[in-house]
Design a protein around this ligand. Sequence first.
Ligand SMILES: [Zn+2]
Length: 484
Amino acid sequence: MKKIFLSLFILLFLFIAYLFFNVYNFTSSQLKVEGVPHVSTPDGAVDRFIEAVSFRTISFEDEADFDSSQFKQFNLFLENSYPKIHAQLTHTVFSEFSHLYHWKGSDPNLKPIILMAHLDVVPIASPRAWSVHPFTAGLVDDVIYGRGTIDCKFGVVAIMESIEQLLKEGFNPKRDIYISLGHDEEVLGRKGAFKIANHLKEKGVEAHFVLDEGMAITKGLVMGVDAPVAMIGIAEKGFISLELNIAMAGGHSSTPAKETAIDVLSTAVSKVKANPCPRSFNPVIKGFMRKIGPEMDFKSKFVFANRAVFNSVLLNEYEKTGSGSGTIRTTTAPTIFEAGIKENVIPTMARAVINFRIIPGETQEDVIEHVRKVVNDERIKIEVLNKGSDPSPISPIDNDQYETIERSIKQILPEIKSAPYLVLGATDSRYFNILTPNVYRFSPFVITSDNLTCFHGIDERVPKSEFENGIRFYRQVILNATGE
Ligand SMILES: [Zn+2]
């Protein structure tokens, strides 16, 4: 008996020692970077940003609502605001309102970098809920308000300002630089980014890297880390919407059949919800844990260092929130449910739409197959509603390209930590994977629990200081990637 206890005790001791050994070996791999001297903001940059936001370049769901006059004014705004860019860079316009600028570098053997943003914005769903005017509020207490301040005129203006400033200084890049500004990102980007990417492909362009929007700096959102964390998007989820529909005999509600169209369809939707796609930590989230885990407080670090042991505990933790759940699996979201026209008539048909956001490693085909299996009812037709998109490939993080982006943000904000992450939405950058495996998604504004909902929501805003840092960030990216 004694012997058994003793061996159990030794085993337990060894196990605990192993856990602590893992924590001890879980060391920081953060890039250490010195800050660069503060470069002053170009004169009038903040005013130009406010002007850019004032144009209602809205992408509506219904194309009939598209207001081309606003986009024309935005074209003029670009031309008037950035005279050096328009005089010295090659400018190509796609579908009237999307722009590609090309700055030739001195060494034609080097691959170009591509900086991206989009100039369209989402509509204002509830204007009365805004505390300021969504397009003309401008600067309030050193914060710039308005639709598009974050998504994504921040990027458009910061990129243009940094390049105009470098042109004024007489900077000559080694590599070519492309600026791609789409005008329909919020409605799938087929007229803008898609065409631009294919145009570059036809020209034979292979990019050193692509940098688009997608992730940002978070503060207080990564558990156990006090410092701000620059989350660099290295992949994005795919998406697909499936329609489930059924046609069945209807009739009077006083003599219902055993099963009606509504019964069958609601059972099918419940089954799909009850059988989610499998969960796991994909390589992107594993990379995130490896990079940020060692920066955490002891408790969190202990868990992350022993991920293999605490795998299901961690997965359960991630599953508690919508955004956490989105990082570990293909999500299932029923978004439309339609049937019936009158209270005493049994409908002859019913339809539901389910939107899936697909995790890297799975495909649209996998989702269709999964739904078919789970529904397992031949009466239900399963159709692809809109052309979806497979998840992007995962961009590497152990290369110069990733380091350039990491270095650039840390040169501006040396106290910051950084880690790769998964973009849950879709960005224009997904079209650019045909030009390079190195596609990164990051803008240097700060997301906290306070402003998290203003993205596509109410009171969208960005502090003036963060916009100014945005200009400095793109400047550093260009200097680091294309300077001597
Ligand atoms: Zn965007």
